[in-house]
Design a protein around this ligand. Structure first.
Ligand SMILES: NC(=O)c1ccc[n+]([C@@H]2O[C@H](COP(=O)([O-])OP(=O)(O)OC[C@H]3O[C@@H](n4cnc5c(N)ncnc54)[C@H](O)[C@@H]3O)[C@@H](O)[C@H]2O)c1
Length: 423
């Protein structure tokens, strides 16, 4: 029996991440609905999509059959505006990084709940605007950081929160993407972009959320010459350092190395490794080497990879015969749909403001809690841009006497205020 409670969803951008996480979520929601004792049985429908050309939407419609709710497809310059007028309750924004802000702003202005891919936006100024808009319109504004839902990272955070691992001193993370990403997948929008904003941001958030402290300093450097000219502002790889200060007055430093020029015949989809050092312990994690290594003649490591991350997103034949696609990459989208269902259907209308407030307290995905992560992204982008202009080794300090985000150049007494409010 169909539920009388509906949440209609819109989708902006239907690229790789739509296919990996949103599509399987909407297909499973269409089949099984969403149930919770607090909000009952809710139908979550993908009802409209907005893309640049409409071709990916058409392709999906052609193969989806009855697997997903029938949806309207809008294309062209005013696609997002049309989608927003089509009677949706929430919108997911999965456009390239530097196009999140524009679409997200429209979503919130239209009074729709928002979930945007990481990094939410590229500047503190944009973040301030979106957070203010969400407050004015009484809707949720959330961002996807699925690594926070990885069971290994949940365990790390739990051990730290419970003080079994005490005071983090330093750490490193690395995430290397294949050349395929920079060479073909993102070739349309890669000019002027870097792999740090795209993937280091996962670890920036993991550190910021798991080891809560005050961000003090951001440093970075990068390499060029494979994806584009060596003097351009398009980056092959970059290295980021963040320094945090904790309530005790003690500091910690974290290095995050990223690239999108790893050979395509690398045995895993991506290389992901972390090490965190504490006063009383050490955490070593390797998301690719979690245990499975599989070789298939004529397939691995090109069309299929040797080491498979079955936790993020996998297709399975379940023991009970069903085919499924699941993992924490999909769970994170479902959580957001549950949060919206709770706000809209979790009780009396007169209590909606309380439910909204409750969901706004969830720092793992709320835009208002994304401040230090966005600050690092803005600093990284500014430092790389200076390097591309021939001014290497600049440093960004956070909340010092000159402003919230302030860029300093070695050998110069000048400084540049990137953001004057408090981060
Ligand atoms: N959570 C994750 O681990 C993860 C993984 C990959 C990508 N992402 C994020 O998802 C976003 C999209 O990445 P992707 O890999 O799907 O990229 P993609 O290039 O495969 O797809 C981008 C899509 O956006 C559409 N698009 C571009 N400009 C648009 C506009 N102005 N209006 C409407 N649609 C527009 C494109 O046509 C395409 O369908 C990025 O922000 C990326 O950081 C997240």
């Amino acid at each position: 029996m169909a539920s009388k409670k509906n949440i209609n969803a819109g989708m902006v951008g239907m690229g790789m991440i739509f296919d990996e996480t949103y599509r399987p979520f909407f297909e499973s929601a269409h089949k099984d609905g969403l149930y919770d004792r607090q909000f009952g049985d809710v139908s979550v429908n993908l009802s409209a999509v907005a893309t640049r050309t409409g071709s990916r939407a058409e392709k999906y419609q052609a193969i989806a059959g009855g697997k997903v709710h029938p949806f309207e497809s809008f294309a062209g310059d005013d696609a997002v505006d049309q989608m927003l007028q089509s009677g949706i309750d929430l919108a997911c924004v999965a456009t390239p990084d530097d196009r999140h802000y524009e679409a997200s702003k429209k979503v919130l202005e239209a009074g729709k709940h928002l979930i945007v891919e990481k990094p939410s936006v590229l500047t503190m100024q944009q973040l301030d605007e979106l957070v203010t808009l969400a407050e004015e319109k009484n809707v949720l504004a959330k961002v996807v950081y699925h690594k926070l839902l990885d069971p290994d990272h949940k365990k790390l955070r739990t051990l730290y929160a419970d003080n079994i691992l005490s005071h983090v001193n330093s750490g490193y993370c690395t995430l290397l993407e294949p050349k395929l990403i920079s060479g073909s997948q993102f070739s349309e929008w890669i000019t002027g972009r870097n792999p740090g904003t795209y993937v280091a941001v996962h670890y920036i958030k993991l550190i910021d959320f798991s080891f809560p402290g005050k961000l003090k300093t951001v440093m970075a450097t990068g390499q060029r010459g494979i994806v584009a000219e060596k003097d351009s502002n398009t980056w092959d790889s970059c290295q980021l350092r963040m320094i945090y200060e904790y309530d005790s007055g003690r500091e910690a430093a974290f290095d995050i190395h990223t690239s999108w020029v790893t050979p395509d015949n690398f045995p895993g989809y991506v290389e992901q490794e972390v090490q965190f050092r504490f006063d009383n312990g050490l955490w070593n994690g390797h998301s690719r080497k979690r245990g499975v290594e599989c070789t298939v003649e004529d397939k691995t490591p090109i069309t299929m990879k040797n080491s498979i991350n079955n936790h993020y997103n996998g297709s399975f034949l379940e023991p009970w015969g069903e085919r499924s696609q699941r993992g924490y990459g999909i769970e994170v989208i479902e959580r957001f749909a549950r949060e919206v269902s709770y706000v809209e259907h979790g009780g009396e209308d007169s209590e909606r403001a309380n439910r909204l407030n409750e969901m706004n307290q969830l720092d793992y995905n709320n835009l208002s809690a994304d401040r230090q992560t966005v600050a690092v992204v803005q600093a990284l982008e500014a430092i790389l841009e200076k390097q591309a202009q021939g001014i290497p080794d600049t440093v960004v300090r956070i909340n010092d006497s000159n402003g919230g985000l302030v860029l300093y150049t070695p050998g110069s007494s000048d400084h540049e205020v990137l953001y004057d409010g408090e981060v």
